[in-house]
Design a protein around this ligand. Structure first.
Ligand code: EPU
Length: 420
């Protein structure tokens, strides 16, 4: 297993290019199950998670070709209905094959993903939405089994205790596009990744409107066709680089990124002294040497993303003063606190909140990555810390950040990969 070694305390400079969005690519790849015709998807990031989804598509009967970000998915006869435990348990995102399998085959057997370190992560909203379309939903030996003679459009309220659900919205959309009649999803997730999925479905011949808003209206069609699509830029990767630049008090140019998807982050950073300039696909971060603390609550889009909470905490760890961080989407997503504290941060958890007392500097230490975004927070901490930080279990990072070391080396970080 490899570890990352970062020598901190250096300014970053120059330009970084953002890859395609993992959380767009996964449901869009799953949507190719809805057609027998070939689909071509561009700007697919090469990540552990997208490679797992390719494996899953192949195990379900598709043929794939993936080269330089271009993924071609072809049919070679009927697809299978079962997504096995060994693939779904390694990546929760693979649960979004449930909707397209049910839509296409009228039956699906998909392993329940189980919980993970960021929280319990139930699937009740997925089940509720697909049931409303007429599917019989049961569980059997750790699998969700969905069956329907016919799927029929319905009006579905998909809001949950923690707000809307991204993948439940994706699953219901992908089943509804091949249902009879009209489906209206109320309290749908508004994330740009859902908008991107809706655009792909429209390219396949689906009738979808309102994707990207809380009300999505879908008129079912008989069949879907092959399509060509390019994945949007990864707003979470872009946000992570913005936070790296602010934490190291560096100016950075972030290319192939859309600021409109990051307004909640940009707004809070502007309020504490960071300046931004942007065009349609470039964000320039211009830093003052001092910034002030800020408190955040995460919410579903367009609120502050839970997927940037850990990285924001790493920034606040070295911002003098007190900030309070609350995760309304995943209230237990705080595994990174203990690791940041090992580096000299002063963060304590109090119920739903993390109270961060900013310190002057962090100190390099061996630390353990617990999940994807927590790992990104440790990279940010390592970049600002005095001395050497060793990050173990970096396979988490490989799940969501394409070429991270290369990109960091290009902008002046001192980072290397070593065998443990
Ligand atoms: N929830 C329910 N019931 C459900 C589904 C979700 O109560 O049936 C709750 C969750 O427990 C959570 C909230 O609703 O409290 C939101 O979860 P959501 O379903 O939106 O999460 P997800 O769709 O499983 C996607 C991303 C996550 C990201 C969340 C929130 C993918 C593949 N994953 O997960 O990304 O944190 O939305 O924005 O799209 C990551 O990239 O690191 C990551 C974890």
């Amino acid at each position: 297993m490899d570890k990352l070694v970062i020598e901190g305390g250096r300014r970053l400079s120059g330009e970084v290019r953002i890859s395609g969005a993992k959380n767009s690519a996964l449901p869009i790849m799953a949507a190719t199950l809805l057609t027998d015709q070939p689909c071509t998807i561009h700007n697919v990031p090469k990540l552990r998670d997208t490679l797992t989804m390719i494996k899953l598509l192949e195990s379900l009967g598709k043929v794939t070709r993936y080269e330089k970000g271009k993924l071609v998915v072809l049919g070679k006869g009927p697809i299978k209905d079962t997504a096995p435990y060994d693939l779904v348990s390694t990546m929760r995102g693979s649960f979004c094959v449930l909707g397209p399998l049910l839509g296409k085959l009228r039956r699906a057997r998909v392993s329940l993903p189980g919980g993970c370190v960021i929280g319990i992560r139930p699937v009740d909203l997925h089940v509720k939405g697909l049931k409303a379309l007429g599917a019989e939903m049961t569980t059997d030996a750790g699998y969700i089994v969905a069956k329907a003679k016919r799927l029929r459009g319905a009006r579905i309220y998909l809001g949950g205790v923690f707000g809307s659900s991204v993948l439940a919205t994706a699953n219901v959309m992908m089943a509804a596009v091949l249902a009879n009649g009209e489906t209206i999803i109320e309290s749908a997730a508004c994330e740009p990744e859902i908008e991107d999925l809706g655009n792909f479905l429209v390219r396949m011949g689906a009738h979808v409107i309102g994707h990207g808003t809380p009300r999505i209206i879908i008129r079912g069609v008989k069949e879907l066709l092959g399509a060509d699509h390019s994945i949007i830029a990864d707003r979470i990767e872009a946000g992570t680089f913005i936070l790296m630049s602010v934490a190291t008090r560096s100016d950075l140019t972030i290319r192939d990124a859309y600021h409109g998807h990051l307004l909640s982050l940009i707004d809070v950073l502007e309020s504490i002294g960071v300046r931004f300039e942007y065009t349609d696909d470039v964000i320039r971060v211009i830093n003052r040497r001092t910034i002030t603390p800020a408190s955040i609550n995460t919410y579903p889009y367009p609120g502050f993303p839970t997927d940037l909470q850990a990285q924001f905490m790493a920034l606040m760890a070295t911002t003098p003063g007190v900030s309070v961080i609350t995760d309304r989407v995943y209230p237990d997503r705080f595994m990174h606190i203990a690791e940041l504290d090992r580096m000299g941060a002063n963060i304590r958890r109090e119920g739903l909140h993390a109270i961060v007392q900013g310190v002057k500097t962090l100190h390099g230490a061996p630390v353990m990555a617990s999940d994807l975004r927590a790992s990104a927070a440790l990279v940010i901490a390592g970049l600002t810390a005095k001395g050497l930080t060793e990050i173990h279990r970096i396979y988490h990072l490989e799940r969501g950040y394409e070429d991270l070391e290369k990109k960091l080396l290009n902008i002046g970080a001192k980072i290397s990969r070593k065998k443990v």
